[in-house]
Design a protein around this ligand. Structure first.
Ligand code: GGG
Length: 359
């Protein structure tokens, strides 16, 4: 039978464990497609970009890479960074280049407990941990504005400036996105996070836009919390949160904290969305390249496989996404866990278990 719909996916494993977890996600998606009896298929094109590419060419990705990627339905990404290349060069040369080049301004990072996963914070009275961290993904502290040697005073006196850029339009679109998302959830609540007592320009603008947009959503509970207080709240009152919206840097840090609370950074999934669909969106585990375990076959593939479920949703296959999420839950519930979760399973064993549970 011929496929009714073939999705063209660009796979970019990039560095370290990226190759292992992207291979896992691809295997699971291909198994789903095979079981669809021709209803859909994936056509993969893999790009060898990352730190090895940098060593060979002086670039993290091809010069015309963004132009090439424009033709795909979605991008499936692994992890960027390797000790041979300074982190700011690898990050800006690949992941941020794609996110910013394709205006993927909404980075959605769900955080929830999985059955069978023991977290030190999974107390009887905190059995529900079910949030989405919405990360502003186009500006803020990642504006790239600034410079070094501004004073030119010589060795030992160097000065560096790093500017955060907050635009009213940028704040408004991500805050509205968070409110619209909250309306789809059981708990209709949006928590806005800033440090506007200390950051008196951009983050005050964010707070003002939040208050204005909130007035359009009277059915959604709201709170504005400083990032230091929110860090404590994550740990002490996780059941009081639903959608958390924050700037690029704050949301990155908070979502790592959240996924550690859920058991491991290796579980954390993410979607870098261009909600207008003018450009492809990108799906990736939140974790980095993990040089300490790369090549050992023990990386947790759940973050990458769960991100593939987010991609299925985006591609218009919500039933398949739900099926994949159920298979992930069945796998962890059965105790098939990688070492980061206290188990002894290899990446390939977890992947095979997820595929088994698809049927
Ligand atoms: N898969 C996510 C990834 O590769 N992250 C690498 C990293 O260093 N990210 C920092 C950031 O995005 O702020």
């Amino acid at each position: 039978m011929t496929s009714q719909h073939t999705f063209r996916i660009a796979a970019i494993p990039a560095d370290g464990v990226g190759a292992e977890v992207v291979a896992a996600g691809r295997a699971v998606l291909d198994a789903l497609a095979a079981a669809s009896h021709g209803a859909f298929a994936f056509e993969w094109t893999e790009f060898p970009w990352g730190c090895d590419h940098y060593a060979r060419t002086g670039r993290m990705m091809d010069e015309d890479g963004l132009e090439t990627l424009k033709g795909f339905d979605a991008i499936y990404f692994g992890a960027v960074g390797w000790p041979s290349v300074p982190d700011h060069i690898s990050l800006w040369g690949l992941r941020l280049k794609i996110c910013q080049g394709f205006d993927q301004w909404a980075n959605v990072r769900p955080v929830h407990f999985l059955p069978g996963v023991v977290s030190p914070l999974r107390k009887a009275d905190h059995t529900e941990l079910d949030w989405v961290v919405v990360r502003e993904n186009s500006e803020g502290e990642y504006s790239g504005l600034g410079g070094r040697n501004l004073s030119a005073r010589g060795p030992g006196s160097e000065v560096a400036v790093q500017s955060a850029l907050f635009t009213e339009a940028g704040c408004e679109r991500i805050i509205r996105f968070a409110f619209d998302l909250a309306r789809t959830r059981a708990r209709r609540k949006v928590s806005s996070v800033t440090k506007s007592n200390a950051q008196q320009y951009g983050m005050v603008l964010w707070d003002e836009v939040f208050a204005r947009v909130a007035a359009d959503y009277p059915d959604v509970e709201t709170e504005s919390v400083l990032v230091d207080a929110m860090s404590a709240k994550f740990v002490l009152r996780p059941e009081d949160l639903s959608v958390v919206v924050a700037s690029n840097l704050h949301a990155d840090i908070l979502s790592d904290l959240g996924s550690a609370m859920a058991g491991s950074l290796g579980l954390a999934t993410s979607a870098n969305l261009n909600p207008e669909r003018r450009f492809p969106s990108m799906f990736e585990p939140v974790h980095g390249s993990a040089p300490d375990i790369a090549g050992q076959g023990v990386a947790n593939p759940i973050g990458a496989i769960g991100s593939a479920a987010l991609m299925l949703d985006h591609l218009g296959l919500p039933d398949e996404a739900a099926r994949l999420n159920r298979a992930i839950e069945a796998t962890t519930a059965a105790g098939v866990l990688t070492p980061d979760l206290g188990g002894g399973a290899k990446t390939a064993e977890v992947t095979a278990a997820v595929i088994d549970h698809l049927s």
